[in-house]
Design a protein around this ligand. Structure first.
Ligand SMILES: [Zn+2]
Length: 328
């Protein structure tokens, strides 16, 4: 069987992304070049004091001493990065990942469950999907009768959303899109908030766009997942440039509450067990090694359904889903 990474094109995406990350490094030190680096206070609580967790490929990942938020610091000062480094080939290759048959199938199932959760907030059925990428979520929402609009700045993803799904998508950042305040029943930030250097500002904008009682759904990587806890810097989610903030269930709740949201519920999905078992067997994570001959891995794989259910029960899944409301 073809591995998941190869079947979805993730292997090519990660190779391209690594080349882009390397382009901003200082060849002398191997660290993010001071030319492009900007030291920042905590993006959640503004504290200046943090503890360093690890360095990955020149990008330093830290944890705030006050609120426990994990984030990249210093961060890339995007104002100083040349356009050729700003939107490289990896974002185009990610469109290949998202439009691979295997990934589409997984995402259809995932988004279908999210849409089930959003039914109680339907109101007039107006929905905004921020960073809608290829538009699959909006497409599924429209099939259920939602009137959706998206924002997307990635050119290839935007073209796919407009041409293949016929969606209304604006190609500006949220702050410049000109949406009416309190005009949406539901806003979604699926795989978006981990990319923004100012997550609270984005949540504040979303709160203004939601009607009172409207709902926000988020998906972010879970920094307290089993995979992150076991693999540390080897976990694919850590890169310091594309993902700049790494939420846990408690820090995401903290961020939402600071911007006036009430969290309805959080849960985690996706076991990401394969790279963990590779690492436990002294193999490189994501190396596509058959671990079933290892006694521990074999036992866990034979009980995979139970293991995955337990990981979700303990909030150890790789992806964190959260539903919050703007109080009425
Ligand atoms: Zn903090």
């Amino acid at each position: 069987m073809t591995s998941f990474d190869k079947a979805t094109g993730r292997d090519r995406y990660f190779a391209a992304k690594e080349r882009e990350l390397d382009a901003l490094l200082d060849p002398e030190t191997g660290m993010l070049s001071e030319r492009f680096a900007r030291e920042i206070p905590c993006p959640l609580c503004a504290a200046e004091s943090y503890s360093r967790l690890f360095v990955k490929r020149g990008y330093t990942i830290v944890r705030c001493d006050e609120c426990d938020l994990v984030y990249a610091n210093p961060q890339v000062d995007e104002r100083l990065v040349l356009d050729e480094y700003r939107e490289g080939s990896s974002s185009d290759l990610w469109v290949d990942v998202l439009t691979s048959e295997r990934q589409l199938q997984l995402d259809r199932e995932k988004f279908s469950k999210v849409l089930d959760e959003l039914e109680p907030y339907r109101g007039s059925s107006s929905l905004l999907d921020v960073g809608c990428s290829i538009g699959l979520f909006l497409h599924l929402a429209e099939q259920r009768g939602w009137k959706g609009v998206g924002t997307e700045v990635g050119k290839r993803a935007l073209a796919y959303a407009r041409n293949c799904f016929g969606l209304e998508v604006v190609d500006t950042p949220l702050s410049e899109a000109g949406f009416e305040p309190a005009s949406f029943d539901v806003v979604t930030l699926n795989s978006v908030l981990e990319h923004t250097q100012e997550p609270r500002g984005m949540l504040r904008q979303v709160a203004e766009l939601l009607r009172p009682g409207g709902a926000l759904h988020l998906i972010v990587p879970n920094v307290e997942s089993l995979a992150c806890r076991v693999l540390h810097e080897r976990a694919a989610t850590f890169d310091g440039r594309n993902h700049v903030i790494y939420f846990s269930p408690s820090t995401l709740r903290d961020a939402l509450e600071r911007e006036g949201f009430e969290v309805v519920e959080t849960h985690t999905r996706v076991s990401s067990l394969t790279p963990v078992l590779e690492w436990l067997g002294y193999r490189e994570p994501y190396s596509d090694t058959d671990t079933s001959a290892d006694p521990l891995a074999g036992k866990l794989l034979r009980n995979q359904d139970r293991v995955e259910a337990l990981l979700e029960e303990l909030d150890l899944g790789y992806k964190l889903h959260c539903l919050a409301v703007r109080p009425g």
